[in-house]
Design a binder for this molecule. Structure first.
Ligand SMILES: [Zn+2]
Length: 334
């Protein structure tokens, strides 16, 4: 039986002024938060292990960012950059070459780490629209956090997911096209949006076709923002299945998740209207879906059984503290 394990990776921290994220806010309040990444190990029914990493966090040295981002990062201090993804993976004996795929929740600087640490055959997977952001074809004028590097990812080892239909997923979905991950592993990944929605998420990809790991389209924060849903309990057990949902930057402050606060906007020094999210209505829809699955569970594909879901945001400092105490960081597991 196929199964998957999830392991938190410590990949730096930064300090977020409350007023840029929630409203109403305390103008002076700041919080140092982690920028979490995760290792996911998938073992297929025939015994093949595929290792995925979801996000890479911050770079080990802020001087490795372009100067525009270094200036922005200075406004997020204190910042910590050690351990980075490579050092965190090494704690459990893994090298960059052991990683088959790196998926990015989105391409903001605090999530992309240093992709050049991962040479061939590691492949990168990004959500729909992420490559146009990197190349500069899509321009967002919503704050100094929105700066992207055209040469971030190697074109020959990067896969961008197709755009999911938002109108009728059933009509437009095609049959899954398995994509051979040459050299890295013979495991075929399915990179086509499924025709069967995993409610309340309309656009999902059953990555291995075995119901263990799903990519969820999670729009609103940045073009190409995706989440990962991993089934962490064996499907052979009688209990209701358990899932972990890695929610990236769908929400930066848990009070947005609980509905106690609203998403902030602000004007910068030049009078520009800024927001952490590029599409506020869709960001709210995504937060709503995540809150619903945390509350009610998710409808699995097996006979309408509901699975319990633990939603984990990349910057949730309370979750991090609890995970450290419970040994959920690699080589420990969730
Ligand atoms: Zn972030």
């Amino acid at each position: 039986m196929a199964h998957a394990t999830v392991h938190a990776l410590s990949t730096g921290s930064l300090t977020l002024p409350e007023r840029f994220f929630i409203t109403p806010a305390d103008n002076e309040a700041k919080r140092t938060v982690p920028s979490l990444s995760f290792l996911i190990q998938h073992r297929s029914a025939d015994g093949i292990t595929t290792r995925l990493v979801f996000d890479l966090g911050l770079r080990r040295d802020t001087n490795l960012y372009p100067s525009v981002l270094q200036k922005h990062i200075a406004s997020r201090s204190p910042v910590t950059t050690h351990p980075d993804a490579v050092a965190s993976l090494a704690k459990g004996g893994l090298n960059p070459s052991d990683i088959n795929f790196i998926l990015f929740s989105h391409v903001h600087y605090d999530h992309v780490g240093l992709p050049s640490d991962f040479s061939s055959p590691t492949k990168f997977i990004v959500g729909p629209g992420a490559l146009d952001l990197l190349s500069g074809k899509t321009q967002l004028n919503i704050g100094s956090h929105s700066f992207f590097e055209p040469d971030l990812l190697p074109p020959d080892r990067t896969i961008e997911l197709p755009t999911p239909t938002t109108t009728n997923p059933i009509l437009e979905a095609t049959k899954p096209l398995p994509l051979k991950a040459e050299a890295a592993t013979d495991t075929p990944l399915i990179l086509t949006w499924s025709s069967r929605p995993l409610l309340p998420f309309k656009n999902t990809i059953d990555l291995f076709g075995d119901g263990t790991i799903y990519i969820l389209n999670a729009p609103g924060h940045l073009p190409g923002h995706i989440n990962l849903l991993i089934r962490t309990s064996s499907s052979s057990t009688q209990e209701s299945p358990k899932f972990v949902l890695l929610a990236g930057d769908a929400c930066h402050d848990i009070r947005l998740f609980t509905g106690e606060r609203d998403i902030a906007t602000w004007q910068d020094d030049s009078g520009r209207q800024c927001c952490i999210h590029y599409d506020i209505p869709r960001a709210k829809e995504t937060i709503g879906r995540l809150a619903r699955v945390q509350r009610e569970g998710i409808e699995t594909e097996v006979g309408g059984v509901r699975g319990e879901v633990e939603v984990v945001f990349a910057h949730n400092w309370e979750w991090e503290g609890d995970a450290v105490r419970r040994g959920r960081f690699w080589p420990g597991r969730l």
